[in-house]
Structures are given as structure tokens and as C-alpha cells.
Design a protein around this ligand. Sequence first.
Ligand SMILES: Cc1cc2nc3c(=O)[nH]c(=O)nc-3n(C[C@H](O)[C@H](O)[C@H](O)COP(=O)(O)O)c2cc1C
Length: 173
Amino acid sequence: MAVVLMAYASRNGSTRGIAERIAASLDEYGNQVEVHQVGRAPEAGGYDAAVFGCGLYGGAWPTEAQAYVRRNQATLLRRPVWLFSVGIGAAAVEQGFRFAGMLAGEGPKVVGQFQDTIGPRDHHVFAGAIEPAHLSRVGRLLYRGIRGKYGDFRDWKDVDAWSDTIARQLADD
Ligand SMILES: Cc1cc2nc3c(=O)[nH]c(=O)nc-3n(C[C@H](O)[C@H](O)[C@H](O)COP(=O)(O)O)c2cc1C
């Protein structure tokens, strides 16, 4: 049984939903999971393992998540860590957006910065959700320009499969 930190950043709620689902799944496997917004999360030293998840905005993780990881990097390097990002890019190919390939390439770029400092076991990019109200007027026009579609594209099977691999690795550690 591991004590696991699940820390997330979610402006519009879809990442929070995925974080809660992964936490519930790890709980079911007998782990003790604490879910926190990354800006309010306790420092990582009190946990055996950590999972971080952030919604992508402008191809990046929010500064409070980057700051948390930097501040705790020595601790995180010695623990198993998993990262996930949530973005519309992950749904773009399937949904037929223009420039889908470019959007889909953002995840690896985001996480590249953490590769050496904390050595995460994996980084997974999940499809997210987007509504017109999340975008400014100009944003909506640009989104239309890439033939962007609105909706909740979260793939719960993908989320559950990823949770299972984490649970199995925690059990083997
Ligand atoms: C202003 C804005 C910028 C966004 N930028 C990106 C992006 O760069 N890459 C991406 O894949 N998704 C992008 N998205 C889509 C969000 O990441 C996606 O909707 C995600 O589910 C949001 O997570 P949240 O609901 O937890 O905030 C953007 C959405 C908005 C509203």
C-alpha cells in the first residue's frame, strides 16, 4: 500500500475529473490517495509516490505546477512519479481539426523539461473538454479557424487503463 499524492491544475474542471477518477482507481487497489490542487498541495516528502496532472493552456503547464515540481524536484527524483496533461490536441486528429498534428505534439514538449529533473515513469496526454464559454471572442474565431469542435472528449477507458498501469507498478515496488 502506497501513500500517493495526486496534484492537479484545472481551470475548467476536466482535469480535476480525470485526477479524481485516477485517485479513486488507485484507492480501489488499496493505496491511500490524497487529491490536492497543485497550488495548495503539501510538499512531496510526506508521500511514497506522486501523480501530477494539468490542463494545457497555450501548450504549457501553469506556473504553479511548474513551481511545485521545481521546488520538490530532489524529493520527486527519489520517488515514482507519473505525469499527465489534458488537452484538446489529444482529440484533434480524431475530430478532424486542422493542424491537428501540431497540437498533438505539445505533450512531449511540455514534459521534456521535467525528464532530467524528476525522471517521471510516464507522461500521458488525455483528451479534454472545451466549450465556447472557455474561450474569448478572438479565441472562438481562432478555434473555428482550425475547425475545432466543442464537447467533452475525455476517454474514460484510456484513463482507466493508465490508472491500472500505475496501480500495478505501485504494487510491484
Ligand atoms: C484559452 C485556451 C487555451 C488552450 N490551449 C490548449 C493547448 O495549447 N493545447 C491543448 O491541447 N489544449 C488546449 N486547450 C484545451 C484545454 O487544455 C482542454 O480544454 C482541457 O480539457 C482543459 O482542462 P481543464 O478543464 O482542466 O482546465 C486550451 C483551451 C483554452 C480555453
